[in-house]
Design a protein around this ligand. Structure first.
Ligand code: HEM
Length: 346
């Protein structure tokens, strides 16, 4: 049976990629890769370079994945503010504080419309990479989403949450559909990137993270054979090449099992480690420490497997979304122009 030291010695993926001196001992995934290939065979330089950059990208991807696990209250707070703003405007509608024709109501129409024009700077900045002087792409993306949410809210206040003539009703509906579609796009986007402002993920990187976590857990797997079997089975199922229909089925069935497992496995791990710790004479402190280390790797492994199993589905949904979003946006532009011309003509 492996003892505490073997669990700890296996926890070697460095948080930062360490600079390696020639001949220095290799760590984690890199060491594992080298062992598999055979240490004594000299590798061609190009292969070594490729391997190094793959390891580096896996380490970076793993760090990015951990970073998005950190829960932030910012998004729920923002969602709450938006919901309250819409609810308040809707409830106060009969009071008619604002009118679309003049004063603040008119100004809000101009502000909302201008924000919806300005948000187009994001796709422009993204496609015509005019240079870093114009701000970063994630910065423009944030601006796009801000204008995409608060521009339509300004227009809702401008319309006093009511439908008017046919042209304004069509423009308002198109705006609501496009803004709602944007929210779906935001969700799909975040699923195929490392967070909203992170870079795009790739299946190869995600598989690399799973392999490196499995390597970290290799020695401990002997202490927790049942958990090991479950994790290996999840990995096997998530990496199977399946048809589009099957990938959607797996998205729900395996996704559900994985989420349940991330709730139940820590408890099973604690019980298994306690039992082993008693036999091996571990102190309470040692048992807790090993539990924390293993739990971290198991969570990271499960998270990567979930992301792998969902990745191709979200990638497909996101490209479908792109197909719908753009024509909807064109409809919004046309209906917006018709609306502005119509209201200034009568
Ligand atoms: C009236 C409001 C909005 C308009 C007119 C609008 C318009 C657009 C346009 C023209 C694009 C580029 C489409 C393409 O590349 O095919 C886009 C992309 C996008 N929008 Fe919006 N949008 C609006 C609101 C929102 C909102 C509220 C969100 C999320 C909070 C959002 C999230 C996104 C996302 C995630 C993308 C894709 C980004 C990418 O692929 O890099 N949009 N939007």
């Amino acid at each position: 049976m492996p003892e505490v030291a073997s669990i700890r010695s296996n926890d070697v993926i460095p948080e930062k990629p360490r600079s390696k001196k020639p001949g220095a001992e290799k760590h984690g995934a890199e060491k594992h890769g080298a062992e598999k290939r055979g240490q004594d065979k000299p590798r061609p330089k190009t292969e070594q370079k490729e391997k190094k950059s793959t390891d580096k990208s896996v380490i970076e991807a793993r760090r990015a994945l951990h970073a998005i696990e950190n829960y932030s209250f910012r998004t729920p707070l923002l969602v709450l503010t938006i919901v309250l703003l819409i609810l308040w405007g809707f409830i106060a509608r009969p009071e008619e504080y604002l009118t679309a024709e003049d004063g603040l109501g008119y100004a809000l129409g101009i502000i909302g419309g201008t924000m919806m024009l300005l948000l187009l700077l994001y796709p422009v900045r993204k496609k015509i990479m005019v240079g870093k002087y114009l701000g970063t792409v994630p910065g423009w993306f944030k601006f796009h989403m801000f204008c995409g949410v608060f521009g339509p809210i300004a227009v809702l206040y401008h319309s006093n949450f009511s439908l008017g003539s046919l042209n304004s009703t069509v423009a308002l509906m198109c705006m609501i559909v496009v803004a709602t579609s944007g929210l779906f796009g935001r969700y799909f986007y975040s699923k195929i990137h490392y967070g909203l402002y992170g870079r795009k993920a790739s299946l190869d990187e995600l598989r690399g993270i799973i392999e490196s976590e499995e390597h970290q857990l290799a020695a401990a797997y002997k202490l927790i054979p049942d958990i090991a079997e479950t994790l290996k089975d999840f990995h096997r199922q998530a990496s199977m090449q399946v048809s589009v229909g099957e990938s959607f089925k797996r998205f729900f069935s395996l996704g559900f099992k994985l989420r349940v497992a991330s709730l139940t496995l820590p408890g099973e791990l604690r019980v298994a480690l306690r039992a082993h710790g008693q036999k091996a004479g571990w102190s309470e402190k040692q048992t807790n420490k090993n539990y924390r280390i293993l739990k971290k790797h198991i969570r990271s492994l499960l998270h990567s497997v979930i992301k792998t199993c969902e990745f191709s589905v979200y990638e497909r949904l996101f490209s479908l979304w792109h197909l719908f979003h753009f024509p909807l946006f064109i409809m919004l532009v046309i209906s917006g122009i018709v609306h502005v011309l119509a209201v200034h003509m009568y």
